[in-house]
Design a binder for this molecule. Structure first.
Ligand SMILES: [Zn+2]
Length: 534
């Protein structure tokens, strides 16, 4: 009894103390107030001056706010405050599990990444989501269901169309993933085994995401001579199922079709004008990056890797594969020496080649830098476990013209990186600050407000993300604050492992992931589940 009285006494004294000095937890209605910033709200509207109040994980007030009402304040004088960037196209899937702080994205001001792109996702998603939630993560994550993953699961590396039974099995797996919270269906039609599939298969499979408000996102079958047909195929898949179509990492990827933008704009705008929701995304560089495997003909891999190695022993097959590589990767209609445009990004077996181009590698091997020798070397790469490369294959003018399209947004097409590992494409570190530092500030291709819209509300709208992508009362407090004078990418092709400069603060769900330019280690990111799991 005596003990109880003493506890009661302390409770009353503590309560009286807080009441008297007005400093108790109840006294401050806001967890954080950001004052004096130039607010760019994500709608595309011009900036305005104001304060933003945050409580728990949401923005609860915008306007003039008394900082005495806040537990903590950030003075954003001379800084730009905008919604956290949403990267609609990444391959962060597994990296988030291994590196929960996701530094190379957080340091770009990115607060949400979308995985499961280009037809590949971690299967099954329910387990993957659970693992991320157990580990924690600094960034929000949403995921698509990948066609290649599902097809491999059901059919292996078969070139044939699926049987009725296989098709049903694939559909039911896609549905399972949508129920686990996926936000749509993705294809990678120049990768294995998706490259073996026909349009009819894809129309049928995409129907499985329609009841869950899923979208169709696609790495097109062709990004050069046949890009128009490839876009038309994507549109038909979306249109027949009544779902939005997102064309991933749009580009004119061969010098023979450079500056022929209507190959892209015509089919997209025709579809939009008849009511099909088609949007595109792009990374702000003239080089691509992928595995070397897609430089080889798909038939070479039918049945899997062992079959490929067996096929190479046949002289006829070898020559056929080689001439495909030459046509696909090593020929230029503009007299460009392609050997100087292709770099090794990561090669587990021969890391000494990382960061070098094919010309440099052949010379270092004492060989002549000929197209013929380069094609042999690409086959050697595949025989030795494969490698990823960086390929300069776009034109700067096209990059800028695509950026101006109102239905285009920014996406990195990158993944979670480990400092010092390989020589990856700088897009992994620089995409978002590069758009702002280089294309907005230096070149004036688009305005800052447009760029922010393409990084925030446009991807949020496209992906049907709820309460993200805008600075508005009731939205989640995902915010990025940078110095508009200095915000800039630092990563280059030769020295990619560099974070941007000028980034000051990043908030993810109301918590500071970056404070005064430094990652705090905070793990406040969430899985953003689709409509199948609400
Ligand atoms: Zn892709």
């Amino acid at each position: 009894m005596k003990k109880y009285n003493r506890a009661l006494f302390f409770f009353i004294i503590t309560f009286a103390f807080f009441a008297l000095f007005n400093c108790g937890p109840q006294a401050k209605p806001y967890d954080l107030v950001i004052t004096n910033g130039f607010i760019i709200d994500g709608t595309g509207n011009p900036w305005f001056k104001g304060d933003i109040a945050i409580k728990d994980e949401k923005i609860i007030k915008i306007g003039q706010i008394d900082i005495k009402q806040a537990k903590k304040t950030i003075d954003a004088q001379n800084l730009t405050v905008c919604p956290g960037f949403i990267d609609i196209h990444t391959h962060c899937d597994r990296g988030i599990g291994k590196t929960p702080t996701v530094d190379n994205y957080i340091y770009q001001g990115v607060t949400t990444v979308i995985g499961g792109n280009c037809g590949g996702h971690p299967f099954p998603l329910s387990e993957h989501f659970k693992k991320i939630e157990e580990n924690g993560t600094s960034i929000n994550f949403a995921c698509l269901v990948g066609h290649n993953t599902i097809r491999r699961e059901v059919m292996g590396y078969k070139m044939d169309p699926p049987t009725e039974e296989e098709l049903e099995k694939m559909k039911s797996l896609i549905e399972e993933e949508m129920k686990a919270g996926a936000i749509g269906f993705s294809t990678g039609l120049s990768y294995l085994p998706g490259i073996y599939s026909k349009k009819e298969e894809l129309v049928e499979l995409a129907s499985a995401v329609a009841p869950y408000q899923g979208i169709y996102a696609t790495h097109l079958r062709d990004q050069a001579f046949h890009i128009t047909e490839a876009i038309e195929e994507a549109i038909e898949i979306g249109e027949k199922n009544g779902i939005p179509v997102q064309i991933s990492h749009i580009k004119l990827a061969q010098d023979a079709v450079w500056n022929e933008l209507e190959r892209i704009t015509k089919p997209v705008e025709e579809a939009r004008s008849r009511g099909v929701e088609v949007t595109i995304d792009q990374y702000p560089y003239t080089a691509t990056s992928s595995g070397f495997t897609s430089s080889l003909p798909s038939w070479a891999f039918e049945g899997g890797k062992e079959k490929f190695l067996e096929r190479l022993k046949d002289k006829d097959n070898y020559e056929k594969i080689k001439s495909f590589i030459i046509k696909r990767r090593l020929t230029s209609t503009r007299g460009i020496n392609k050997l100087e445009t292709i770099y090794i990004a990561r090669f587990q077996k021969f890391p000494e080649y990382e960061g070098k181009n094919l010309q440099e590698i052949l010379l270092s091997q004492g060989k002549k830098p000929t197209i013929d020798n380069a094609a042999d070397f690409i086959i050697e790469i595949e025989k030795n476990g494969g490698a990823s490369g960086v390929f300069f294959q776009m034109d700067e003018k096209d990059v800028e013209d695509l950026m101006r399209l109102p239905y285009n947004m920014h996406g990195s097409d990158g993944g979670v990186q480990v400092i010092g590992r390989g020589v990856p494409h700088p897009r992994n570190y620089g995409t978002f600050p590069r758009v702002i530092g280089h294309y907005v500030k230096e070149k004036g291709v688009i305005t800052l407000e447009e760029a922010v819209k393409k990084m925030t509300s446009l991807p949020a709208q496209t992906l049907r993300l709820k309460r993200r992508g805008l600075i508005k009362e009731g939205m989640y407090a995902d915010l990025t604050i940078f110095d508009p004078l200095t915000f800039q990418d630092q990563a280059t092709f030769s020295n990619p492992h560099q974070y941007s400069k000028g980034l000051m603060y990043v908030l993810v769900n109301g918590e500071l992931a970056v404070e005064k330019g430094k990652h705090t280690g905070e793990l406040s990111g969430k899985i953003l589940y689709g409509y199948g799991k609400e």
